[in-house]
Design a binder for this molecule. Structure first.
Ligand SMILES: Cc1cc2nc3c(=O)[nH]c(=O)nc-3n(C[C@H](O)[C@H](O)[C@H](O)COP(=O)(O)OP(=O)(O)OC[C@H]3O[C@@H](n4cnc5c(N)ncnc54)[C@H](O)[C@@H]3O)c2cc1C
Length: 404
């Protein structure tokens, strides 16, 4: 049996699939959807280029924005073997994924697993086509790591829920068409039991977004305020007061996405070859084919080994996972990936020395300024989707079975 429980494909059938996929991609992937560049995430407020739009439409028509989803929800029902071939072939031509974001990667897979038939039919085909960008309303000023302390209220009147309260650190909320929120539906129950996961339309008078300005001048984060915002009772996912279970599963899809092991989303494409060795060599100097600084050389070798091990682990976890995305293993792979990415940026900065300290001004090239900003941005990797300490707690308790 194949890893997904489907009959093993014969080598010949897989080779045929590869040849057909390669031919189709060569013909249908526009030049402007290859190489670095923006990837659409469904937002109706973000302009994407003509080629990116065409790429999205063509891939959606084929079911390849969400290749493993059932056909009736916009997928192509690929098993893991064919999914891996598709990803390989996308990487071979350096194609960007046609669609990304919290729709295809987080809430879509959650609906597929825990939504009811009506929710799946109403939401999934649009998500697969990138019709609407999603934000994630989990964190609140008093509820980050201790998420179950959240206090956004959802009160039922008739067929609707009315939401009041405040979310924070809501990435991309100012451009989102929809948001999934964790809200308190039964304040009298113990805190983990009175929570529901609800889908909310952002285009309504009761939903307000306030950008949070960062030191860099950018505002990727927001405060999202709900003042009697309306959501349909039909859009409570996985049952009323069952949001803790549903919300935790969604977090596993998020962490799996960060970790590159969420096969139920839109991942794939773009070769992630390491650009670090040539940068370190350029700044730190090379003699006799070796980076001169022995300590830096050692760090770089260890980093590249870890990077390689991370990719092998990603492959292994995907092969071993029976479900659409791994459970608690997602915490481990997310954490090691984040730590290694941060380590790579530390090494790059160490090699660049003073050139890596630029923030603005003429003394630095655009690439150098980007390098120092990138180095800072990477620090968020061990906060977003649950902090490093929270992942370590999960690994200790749920993976290693250590006592509380
Ligand atoms: C780039 C980025 C994007 C984000 N996007 C979103 C988003 O779209 N939607 C959303 O809802 N949220 C988002 N967040 C918020 C994120 O989920 C929270 O920042 C995170 O869960 C931590 O919560 P907190 O900031 O309240 O920190 P706190 O929970 O206050 O933690 C502070 C420190 O205490 C430590 N700590 C807390 N509890 C424990 C414990 N039990 N054991 C050990 N150490 C502990 C933490 O590890 C951390 O170091 C984003 C964050 C970042 C950085």
């Amino acid at each position: 049996m194949g890893a997904a429980g489907a009959p093993e494909m014969s080598a010949a059938a897989l080779a045929d699939f590869r040849a057909a996929t390669r031919a189709w991609l060569a013909k249908n992937c526009p030049a402007g959807a290859r190489g670095p560049g923006p990837i659409p995430w469904g937002s109706s407020k973000v302009e994407v280029g003509a080629d990116a739009r065409l790429w999205l439409e063509r891939m959606a028509d084929r079911g390849w924005t969400v290749p493993t989803w059932p056909r009736r929800y916009g997928g192509a029902e690929l098993d893991k073997d064919r999914y891996a071939v598709l990803v390989d072939e996308l990487k071979r031509i350096d194609a960007r994924p046609p669609l990304t974001g919290r729709g295809v990667n987080y809430i879509g897979p959650t609906l597929l697993e825990l939504g009811d038939d009506d929710q799946k039919a109403r939401w999934l085909p649009g998500i697969a086509r990138g019709e609407g960008g999603w934000a994630m309303g989990y964190s609140e000023p008093g509820a980050g790591s201790d998420l179950a302390s959240l206090s956004l209220r959802a009160v039922r009147h008739g067929d609707n829920y009315f939401l009041s309260g405040r979310k924070i650190w809501t990435s991309d909320a100012m451009q989102a068409d929809y948001i999934f929120v964790l809200a308190r539906t039964s304040p009298d129950k113990p805190k983990h039991q009175g929570i529901s996961l609800i889908l909310v339309d952002m285009a309504q008078p009761g939903a307000h977004v306030r950008p949070i300005r960062l030191l860099s001048g950018a505002s990727p984060f927001n405060e999202t305020l709900f003042e009697n915002a309306v959501a349909s009772a039909a859009d409570v996912v996985g049952g009323v007061d069952n949001g803790w279970t549903v919300g935790k599963r969604l977090l596993q899809f998020e962490r799996s996405t960060h970790a590159g092991i969420n096969i139920s989303g839109s991942q794939g494409g773009r070769t992630a070859t390491s650009t670090l060795p040539p940068i370190v060599a350029r700044y730190a100097g090379v003699a006799n084919g070796r980076i001169v600084d022995a300590a830096l050389r050692e760090r770089l070798i260890r980093h590249e080994q870890n990077d390689h091990a991370q990719r092998l682990t990603q492959r292994r976890v995907i092969e071993e996972t029976a479900a659409r995305a791994p459970g608690f293993a997602s915490s481990a792979v997310k954490l090691t990936g984040a730590l290694n990415a941060q380590d790579g940026h530390e090494i790059r900065l160490a090699a660049m020395a003073v050139a890596g300290l630029g923030w603005q001004g003429d003394g630095f090239s655009a690439a150098e300024i980007e390098a120092s900003r990138d180095w800072l941005r990477q620090k968020a990797l061990t906060i977003a989707g649950g902090t490093k300490e929270i992942q370590l707690n999960i690994i200790a308790k749920r993976v290693l079975g250590l006592p509380d």
